[in-house]
Design a protein around this ligand. Sequence first.
Ligand code: ZN
Length: 190
Amino acid sequence: MMDFQPHSTPRDTGWIEVIAGCMFSGKTEELIRRLRRAKIAKQNVKIFKPKIDIRYSNGDIVSHSEQSLPSILVENAKEILDHAETAQVVGIDEAQFFNNDIIDVCNTLANQGKRVIVAGLDQDYRGVPFEPMPQLLAIAEYITKTLAICVTCGNPADKTQRKVVSAERVLVGASDSYEARCRKCHYIPE
Ligand code: ZN
């Protein structure tokens, strides 16, 4: 995974970092790594995730490798503004589950001088861009695309392969129904 190293850290301004990729690419691990470093530097860090994602525990963001940080569950993107007033650094996980209000919310937070770090799935199981991630990628100063390893051939993978047939766009809490695949090995189940 690439390390986030801007040539110089912005001063007297906020900014937006987006960590985007498929499942099992280490998005949440990378988010946790950045937030931990901010905490070590005694910065006021607030972490949010949408209430829809209850896969492992209620109040924590948890990566597949089971690193975790305490987070605040919110019903919608605008709620983040109410809780983030004193924060210097705002982390948001599973951003694909928010509606497009998250775009304004991230801009508002960054305009208030905060460092905003957003992680999310950039494509659904069909390989279709998963809004609001494309919009967030467009407004971000810094973008990290995390790649997984294709389970079938070992190539770098940026697609999430669904292993079961379902019309639902997401199967929440069913990570064993998915695996990472490269472009060559990915297909849409039907
Ligand atoms: Zn492959």
